[in-house]
Write a protein that binds this ligand. Structure first.
Ligand code: CTP
Length: 448
């Protein structure tokens, strides 16, 4: 009963795949969900409300007012009631109406009132799906925060073979189960977020999970081995105190997830962080100090194809670590002497072979590009990802980042402010696939 008590608004539109919605409803109910179906007039031509209400145990909504007694169906209440909205199947026409906000049926008004994440499973003929208009609408919906469950390839109602078949109900249910599981984990770790940040986090999670389950992200890192360092390091002063920094590990974790989604085998060496990550391709090694991170990284690196070093490693550690808690003495200042930590990046740079790639990070406050270029040379990086603390929305603890990537050949690419998941994609595309676009193609006006 992995969906126990979850409120799901299921939108059904006029596609032959609407027959699959009956199976979908049954599966959702079996998993414990409460399902409220909203169907369009065209949807009713393909499957009857009687079947659907019998399966869902609730009257099916298809009009603004119940024809019998004139009861008003409140799309606003549905928007508040839902834990998610799922539109399956979604026709090309519904996608277009969603993009433009053409609220001429109950399903679109419900979509426009929705407070919860919206999943959409398109279904249509292959040429309609390929059409520039449909593709543009899908892109727009994705950037509006809608999670698209990509259609599969196979025989279509037209008897043609191609992409356009609605994802199988069993897989849609798996995606939703994984989404709610991840949401629960996020609830435990990301409690401090504002409502807007929270919606962004759950939507990104939903997108990643959907891609993972559908294997739609390009598997272009299959058989590649990637080492990633992430998070801060803690350098012990005494048994209860340490020197650390504000790194949350979010950027490194997003990169690890994206590499794993693309088929890479990932070793994620992380300092202390509150983040969870569960992916069969990720081996997580938890460390605390720079010395521990150094040992784990140096022993893994010779077998790796790539190292992406996003950790905020402490440059120094207390020379002496006290065995017992340092006691307060009001009459004396105390001094903590510091010793330099090993430079993990420089050490890996020294043993790097020609077929290995190292991507380093630089967080700068002034003379950013020159400092970053110096680090490329000093640490033998192939690329450096530059964050400037002067950019609003970039830096420690945030869910967004704004980066510039500089190569050891002098190529420079500047990106606009994006979620760390999107930034992870940009880093991988630019550094591992040599895409040296000079400005961010998604947002040319904003990049410099
Ligand atoms: N790095 C590392 N080991 C360290 C310090 C840094 O692996 N002991 C890595 C970071 O993960 C990052 C890159 O080196 O990829 C740049 O880190 P940064 O702290 O900016 O560089 P530093 O060499 O410490 O230079 P500075 O503090 O003078 O800016």
């Amino acid at each position: 009963m992995s969906l126990k008590g979850k409120h799901i608004v299921l939108g059904i539109t006029g596609s032959i795949a609407a027959y699959k919605s009956a199976i979908l409803t049954r599966l959702l109910i079996k998993k414990g969900a409460e399902v409220q179906i909203v169907i369009t007039a065209a949807g009713k031509e393909f499957i009857t409300p009687v079947t659907l209400s019998a399966l869902s145990g609730r009257p099916v909504i298809n009009e603004f007012f119940a024809t019998g007694d004139g009861t008003w169906h409140s799309h606003v209440d549905l928007g508040l009631w839902a834990d998610i909205m799922l539109i399956a199947p979604a026709t090309a026409s519904t996608l277009g109406k969603m993009v433009s906000g053409i609220a001429d049926n109950m399903l679109i008004t419900t979509y426009l009132s929705m407070k919860a994440p919206v999943f959409v499973a398109p279904a249509m003929d292959l040429d309609m799906f390929k059409h520039v208009t449909t593709q543009r609408n899908i892109k727009q919906l994705q950037s509006d925060g809608v999670i698209i469950i990509d259609p599969g390839v196979g025989e279509l109602a037209s008897h043609l073979e191609g992409k356009g078949r609605m994802e199988e109900p069993e897989n849609i249910v798996k995606i939703l189960e994984a989404y709610f599981k991840a949401e629960l984990e996020l609830t435990n770790t990301e409690q401090d977020q504002t409502n807007t940040e929270w919606s962004q986090t759950v939507i990104e999670k939903g997108k990643t999970i959907t891609e993972q389950y559908q294997n739609v992200s390009e598997k272009n890192l299959l058989k590649k081995k990637v080492l990633i360092t992430a998070g801060p390091t803690y350098e012990k002063i005494d048994p209860v105190r340490f020197i650390g920094n504000y790194s949350s590990g979010k950027m490194g974790f997003a990169i690890a997830e994206e590499c794993a989604n693309r088929g890479a085998e990932v070793i994620l060496v992380t300092g202390p962080t509150a983040l969870n990550i569960t992916h069969p391709n990720i081996k997580r090694i938890d460390v605390e100090s720079a010395n521990e991170m150094y040992s784990a990284s140096i022993s893994a690196f010779p077998q790796m194809d790539v190292a992406i070093l996003s950790a905020a490693v402490a440059d120094y550690r207390p020379t002496q670590q006290e065995d017992t808690k340092i006691k307060r003495n009001d009459n004396e200042d105390i001094t903590i002497k510091l010793t330099p930590n090993p430079d993990i990046a420089a050490a890996l740079g020294k043993i790097k072979k020609d077929n290995q790639i190292i991507v380093g990070f630089a967080l700068e406050t002034n003379d950013e590009e020159n400092n970053a270029i110096k680090k490329i040379e000093k640490k033998n990086f192939n690329y450096i990802v530059l964050n400037s603390l002067n950019d609003a929305g970039a830096g420690f603890g945030l869910d967004t980042n704004k980066i510039t990537i500089i190569s050891n050949q002098g190529d420079k690419t500047t990106f606009s402010l994006k979620s760390k998941f999107e930034v992870a994609k940009d880093i991988i595309n630019t550094t591992l696939f040599n895409k040296t676009v000079k400005t961010d193609i998604n947002n040319p006006n904003k990049s410099g």
